[in-house]
Design a protein around this ligand. Structure first.
Ligand code: 2AM
Ligand code: CA
Length: 267
């Protein structure tokens, strides 16, 4: 069983409340696919609605904490040491296309360190939670990263750079290198869930560049508390600022880091 501290109870309650709206709205998306306007505006409204619920609930429970949110940006709080890092709908493209793989992600930062995270897929009802020093859990089941020691036996998640963003050529080189050295590559479209999948031992490893802090804040705590190694692309502990992340068990993390580096150098 997981041991919740009071702040985790607050986070889970806020996430569940926001999820109810997303669940309803996802049910509507399919009907909207055929309309001329498409579901784009509808999805954007669903996203904002979920964020408002998270903001209201968390601000009520912990007055003074700051916020960093995908939609609303930065909100300074009186309490300078605590900050919520929130993605109300991670995997927006999946949501928009009626693909049931998206999540709400809420992380708590204390004095510049991620100390708690919740990632919830409302469609599968999978609630991932972790607090620093308390372990990582999926619906009350303790999580451990996978134990495979050879990268060649690993299933590795990744994310492709998006249209209009940098890094496409570098990514192609990296992917070529990884494909030649692993059992399988997966590209699911929701960074928070990719990290949760590594914590759950479903993926052996995952890497992505050019992410936003809210894509990975909660997932960093989850992977660490599941016993995994987390670094940015250069092996440093600077994921949120650099936008890059590599995760896996210690051995697989090292092997994947090496393959990625060699692939970039080969070009
Ligand atoms: P989002 O759905 O919250 O935007 C997958 O590679 C990650 O990239 C997802 O977590 C997704 O988060 C993000 N993403 C999707 N489309 C994007 C875009 N056009 N620009 C930047 N990030 C995007
Ligand atoms: Ca996101």
């Amino acid at each position: 069983m997981s041991r919740h501290t009071p702040v985790m109870t607050v986070m889970v309650a806020a996430v569940r409340k926001a999820a109810r709206g997303l669940q309803r709205d996802f049910g509507e998306v399919e009907n909207l696919q055929v309309s001329l306007k498409g579901p784009g505006d509808f999805v954007s409204a669903a996203d904002k609605k979920a964020e408002k619920i998270l903001f209201d609930e968390l601000a009520k429970a912990r007055p003074g904490y700051g916020f960093l949110m995908e939609e609303g940006g930065k909100v300074e709080g009186a309490d300078k040491s605590h900050r919520w890092i929130i993605d109300p709908l991670d995997g927006t493209t999946n949501f928009l296309h009626g693909i049931p793989h998206f999540a709400i992600s809420v992380g708590l930062e204390r004095d510049g360190q991620m100390v708690a995270g919740v990632i919830y897929n409302p469609i599968t009802d999978e609630m991932y939670i972790a607090e620093k020093g308390q372990g990582a859990f999926l619906n009350d089941r303790r999580l451990r990263v996978a134990v495979r020691r050879e990268l060649t036996q690993c299933v590795v998640g990744c994310g492709t750079p998006h249209i209009g963003r940098p890094g496409h050529e570098k990514y192609i080189s990296e992917l070529r290198g990884v494909m030649l050295n692993v059992s399988g590559v997966r590209r699911m479209g929701a960074a928070s869930l990719d990290l949760a999948y590594v914590a759950a031992g479903r993926f052996d490893a995952y890497w992505e560049a050019n992410l936003q802090p809210w894509d990975m804040a909660a997932g960093i705590v989850l992977v660490r508390e599941a016993g995994g190694t987390v670094s940015d692309i250069d092996g440093r502990d600077d994921m949120l600022a650099s936008g890059g992340v590599i995760v896996g068990n210690e051995m697989v993390h090292a092997q994947l880091s090496k393959v990625l580096k060699a692939a970039r150098q080969a070009g």
